[in-house]
Design a protein around this ligand. Sequence first.
Ligand code: KIV
Ligand code: NA
Length: 277
Amino acid sequence: MAKVTIQKLKAMKENGEKISMITAYDYPTALLVDRAGIEIILVGDSLAMTVLGLETTVPITMEEMIHHIRPVVRGAKNPMIVGDMPFGSYNESKEQAVRNATRLMKEGGCDVIKLEGGTEVAETVKAIVDAGIPVMGHIGLTPQTISQLGGFKVQGKNLESAKALMEDARALEEAGAFSIVLECVPEELGKAITQQLSIPTIGIGAGRYTDGQVLVFHDLVGLFERFTPKFVKRYANLGEEIVKALEVYKQEVKEKKFPQQEHVFGGLEEEDLKRLY
Ligand code: KIV
Ligand code: NA
């Protein structure tokens, strides 16, 4: 697979070829995702919860995002790498947004950036795009403003809120976004927005008809137990595998079964050994 470009994603939408996207926050995971041939890696601010153990995504900083984008860029050569703009890094002014988007690209090394919001961030999206930085939008359930939304629940369930989300999607496309994440909306709305837009939609809990799907890595492989939404499919149970391995290791240490001959170094002569004491 060659490096995934915006043009390739657009062509995939046009050909009805589904786009796969997954989060990654470190070098070994980036290597694995690249090997699997997944088209897009998101260094999501979800890392605040999945790897930093925070309650929400709100506290994560620009420095922490850059710190995690860098090793992902080193590990993944072919996937497009999306850097997530953290809460508070793009809402003060267009200048602040452009400055921080530039930092994610320049210091982090990601290919494109993502930020949350609809019509209210359209001007900001346009300013970032005009500065030469491709932007992925993110609407529906937007975790950074979870308190405003009143908790983790499906968005756009009535005509009024569905219309507002359709409006948000159009405004983002108009502002120059190259793609949009739709999070936690009814399948019918995911389908309608996908049909309305010429840019690819990537769904998470947005049904079967979006142009692509995204999941959080730790949810998919079973490394995050705290909270599993309905839209997650767990493809592996690595958490249990890892605990089993650790328990066997512990047992073998206690029972002196590890290390064995094959794990130890020799090389000190018998003569020298006598002079050691
Ligand atoms: O941070 C993240 O992982 C995300 C995805 C859920 C889209 O924004
Ligand atoms: Na995010």
